[in-house]
Design a protein around this ligand. Structure first.
Ligand SMILES: NC(=O)c1ccc[n+]([C@@H]2O[C@H](COP(=O)([O-])OP(=O)(O)OC[C@H]3O[C@@H](n4cnc5c(N)ncnc54)[C@H](O)[C@@H]3O)[C@@H](O)[C@H]2O)c1
Length: 337
């Protein structure tokens, strides 16, 4: 499949390297507004071969079938809309968009035009996530009763992340919320996401969140408690987070034990390793394979833009502001997006 990379930063480079090692893709172009300027990232300015453009509209007439959108999150909406408008299939990095309204509009555009629209939720392809999903599907430990997840790091943030709304929820928790939806085939019935920030935060808001959802799948209803921080002074967790899952028949944990980041069976006397949790790579090749199969087989990708509305909803629709001015205003105010 002939692919153009839209956004030549860190993820643009990672996707380019992944696709160049894939028999399924040819990278035939790059788009970045920095093309032609001194600020173009060195990894791209030193490249020869595929042509470079400043906007997606310049891809018209090029032999491009699909684009991988690796622009900053707030630019996803315009980039995906433009790509769909030019008739390209789209694989867009998480978060799909930064508002629900934008995401719904893009889903409608893709479906009306008959184009594949997939969101890269690469954590779904981690070996430990696949293993956990299979255990749950086979009901090996009975019904799930409670899920607890935490993630923390001291992330300096990129300039666009400093300025965007809901950076912890949209940039990091989106991975973890999607992971829980995928593992348990569950959706939130209710939720409360409380953002917080600290005085030393480089973010304008929401460098941390505490959240509680009531999740429902076909077979179970369970609370999902989550804590995530880009502002922690404590030792960081792995990107995939740390987890405890309580089932009727036992407890599973995702922990770092003796230096091993794995999925473990937890007993009162210790932990028994089941599998690695994260992969050795970012799992971009696995995600791309789903994309290609979806385009070629006219099937829904995993996850499609429509599926991903559920994940975006967890990051955006349950955010509550703490009671604030004016005093006595009472209940938490829902901000919606
Ligand atoms: N899936 C993952 O594990 C993962 C990891 C990191 C980042 N991401 C996501 O990837 C995206 C990019 O992150 P990054 O770290 O590479 O950012 P970055 O800031 O390193 O790079 C963004 C690039 O996009 C370019 N750009 C800006 N506006 C553009 C536009 N309208 N069209 C095309 N290009 C544009 C910038 O000039 C820059 O080169 C974000 O949405 C981020 O959330 C995903």
């Amino acid at each position: 499949m002939n692919v153009a990379i839209v956004g030549a930063g860190g993820m643009g480079k990672a996707w380019t390297e992944a696709l160049e090692n894939s028999a399924l893709a040819s990278v035939v172009g790059f788009v970045d507004p920095l093309v032609g300027t001194d600020s173009l990232p060195a990894w791209l300015s030193q490249r020869r071969g595929a042509p470079m453009f400043r906007s997606i509209s310049e891809l018209a007439g090029q032999p491009v079938e699909a684009v991988v959108v690796t622009a900053p999150s707030p630019a996803h909406f315009d980039a995906v809309r433009s790509a769909l408008g030019h008739g390209f299939h789209v694989l867009v990095e998480k978060p799909f968009t930064t508002t629900m309204r934008e995401a719904e509009q893009l889903v409608g555009l893709a479906e009306a035009g008959g184009h594949t629209l997939m969101v890269n939720q690469n954590y779904r392809f981690f070996p430990g996530v696949q293993k956990l999903r299979a255990l749950v599907a086979r009901q090996e430990l009975g019904a799930v009763r409670a899920v607890d997840g935490r993630f923390r790091c001291d992330w300096p943030g990129k300039p666009y992340q400093h300025d965007m709304r809901h950076p912890m929820a949209l940039e990091m928790a989106i991975h973890h919320f999607d992971l829980i939806r995928a593992v348990f085939d569950a959706e939130p019935e209710t939720g409360h996401v409380r953002e917080w920030n600290s005085q030393r935060s480089p973010y304008r808001e929401g460098g941390g969140i505490e959240a509680l959802f009531e999740m429902r799948s076909e077979s179970a209803s369970f609370p999902f408690l989550y804590s995530g921080s880009l502002l922690s002074g404590a030792p960081r967790t792995p990107w995939g987070g740390l987890w405890h899952v309580e089932f009727d028949g036992g407890t599973l944990a995702v922990e770092v034990i003796d230096g091993k980041y794995g999925l473990f069976s937890a007993q009162s006397d210790g932990y028994e390793l089941i599998s690695d949790f994260a992969g050795e790579t970012m799992m971009l090749a696995e995600s791309f394979q789903h994309f290609v199969e979806s385009v070629q087989g006219a099937s829904q990708p995993w996850p499609s833009g429509r599926d991903n509305l559920g994940t975006l909803r967890m990051a955006l629709e349950f955010i509550c502001l703490q009671p604030s001015l004016p005093a006595g205003d009472g209940a938490a105010q829902r901000v919606g997006q």
